[in-house]
Design a protein around this ligand. Structure first.
Ligand SMILES: [Zn+2]
Length: 371
């Protein structure tokens, strides 16, 4: 019985480090204004190490509403600098889409500057951030030195742990992580868990003058407490990790329920979708692909079990091959991401979803010894 296992995060962390392209600074956002007063900051090339969520902010007449304010302190400081460059208004609300730290471990920096800002999230998100799920953050202070040692050994030896020569692309990326190790280490040593102090379970509206920001829980998606920010006038939705590109996350995601939640999302009839990671979408093509994939896996599972196959046999038999190329377009790096971040955990989640156990346990004692 596990929460999201600590090792899952380190697998994500390590594989992204091994295979992502070179960038100047891994904590930079590319900001753009989608509509007057609605800004989005995307950490470009989303699978790149260290994986960090998108930030969105809305300037209302009373102040600024931030949706996912930064996965590290530096990212939140950069979001703040961007906010200050476009408005003199204070940050009044900081919304957390879900508990995963790559969206919120830096938001305390926003609160340092705007201590009266309200931190808002789903009630499950608060419970998760106060409970065992967030314990993985305890691994942050030592993470980078550990990886540094491992990567230096790999580069010195010239061969992978499997004895194969290290490909050039991997060598470049190992070196890039080493080049930024000091900054990453320093950022990983100033993260802070900041749970929401205002919670809701279904729907909450924020009115800032004429501006209406709707926060909605459409159902279990990436977590049991996912919320989206819906701007009805502009038909813009920010989804958190309910939608992630270019390949989705499958950790603890129940396929049938996720598909239903995605159908609710589609029913908003958005014209712009801001995913938790990756490029902005201007139609529902990608959401449709997620729904098709999730429903296929749920249907396969139900059919295999109905034929009398065991859960273990069913988990192994689930066939993702019709979908791989649709997400990866033949790119080896993305194929690896699809496998590690989606196929492997989604198989487990598909079977776990039928057990009646919570997908993520909040109980701290059950998380002991995971690492
Ligand atoms: Zn994320």
């Amino acid at each position: 019985m596990t929460a999201i296992p600590l090792r899952s995060f380190w697998v994500m962390f390590l594989f992204a480090a091994l295979s992502s392209p070179i960038h100047a600074d891994p904590f930079e956002y590319a900001f753009r204004e989608l509509s007057p007063g609605i800004w989005v900051g995307i950490r470009e090339n989303s699978p790149r190490f260290p994986v960090m969520g998108t930030t969105t902010f809305v300037v209302g007449s009373e102040g600024v509403i931030v949706f996912d304010g930064g996965g590290t302190a530096l990212m939140s400081e950069r979001a703040l600098a961007k906010i200050r460059s476009v408005t003199d208004k204070p940050v009044t609300h900081v919304v957390i889409s879900h508990w995963h730290g790559d969206h919120n471990l830096g938001i305390y920096r926003l609160l340092d500057e705007f201590p009266h800002a309200q931190v808002i999230g789903h009630s499950f998100t608060r419970a998760a951030m106060l409970g065992a799920p967030m314990d993985y953050v305890r691994g942050y202070p030592d993470a980078v030195p550990r990886l540094e040692t491992r990567f230096r050994k790999l580069l010195d030896s010239g061969v992978t742990s499997g004895g194969e020569p290290i490909p050039d692309s991997m060598r470049d990326n190992l070196q890039t992580v080493l080049d930024h190790a000091e900054l990453i280490h320093s950022e990983y040593n100033r993260v802070r868990v900041t749970p929401p102090t205002i919670t809701f379970s279904d729907r909450l509206e924020i009115h800032s003058g004429d501006r209406v920001v709707e926060l909605r829980h459409l159902g279990h998606g990436n977590t049991a407490g996912d919320i989206v920010m819906w701007l009805p006038e502009e038909r813009i939705v920010a989804t958190g990790d309910l939608v992630v590109l270019p390949t989705p996350y499958g950790f603890n995601v129940p396929p049938r329920v996720w598909a239903e939640t995605l159908r609710e999302l589609k029913a908003l009839s958005f014209t712009t979708l801001i995913p938790g990671h990756g490029d902005i979408q201007t139609d529902s093509t990608y959401v449709d692909l997620l729904i098709e994939t999730a429903e296929s896996i749920a249907d396969q599972r139900d059919a295999f079990l109905a034929k009398g196959m065991s859960p273990e046999e069913t988990e192994a038999a689930l066939d993702f091959s019709p979908f791989v190329k649709k997400f990866t377009r033949g790119d080896d790096f993305l194929a690896n991401r699809f496998d590690v971040w989606f196929t492997q955990p989604f198989r487990k989640a598909a079977l776990k979803a039928l057990t009646g156990e919570p997908m993520v346990s909040l109980e701290r004692e059950q998380a002991e010894g995971e690492e």
